[in-house]
Design a protein around this ligand. Structure first.
Ligand code: ZN
Length: 133
């Protein structure tokens, strides 16, 4: 894995949280994007070389809605940038991790993504992401 690409934070209200993080970071978000297949609206902030992704549910059965129901708002996942996501999926499966996406899927911010189940990663949802060509 190359680096932490971003931290994902589950929020109830993206508009309010955009304003909050704008105050916190001293810079506005640089994009918003809906990922309809996941039932989420996202917005992205840059912090030096790092990124923060805010995630808001767009429907009641969205994974973000379920997460907030169970745990409240807060850190939802850590995303690691990888060079070859298919090779990483195979490697991590071989190491005994539970991979939620056998095949990478299209995520926000022009990325191929795959997730690891938190039950095999000390309770932390892990996202692998690879920049699309
Ligand atoms: Zn993410």
């Amino acid at each position: 894995m190359n680096k932490i690409e971003h931290l994902g934070i589950a929020v109830k209200d993206l508009k309010e949280s955009n304003l909050l993080f704008e105050k916190l970071l001293g810079a506005a978000h640089y994009k918003t994007e809906e990922v309809a297949s996941e039932g989420v609206n996202t917005s992205f902030f840059k912090v030096g070389p790092n990124k923060i992704e805010l995630l808001e549910a767009t429907k009641p059965d969205s994974p973000i809605a379920k997460f907030i129901e169970k745990k409240g708002e807060g850190i939802h996942h850590i995303a690691f940038e990888v060079t070859d996501i298919k090779a990483e999926i195979a490697r991590l499966k071989g190491e005994g991790f539970t991979v939620l996406n056998e095949e990478p899927k299209k995520g926000a911010d022009n990325k191929w993504v795959a997730f690891l189940h938190p039950k095999t990663t000390n309770g932390v949802l892990i996202e692998l992401c690879q920049e699309m060509e």
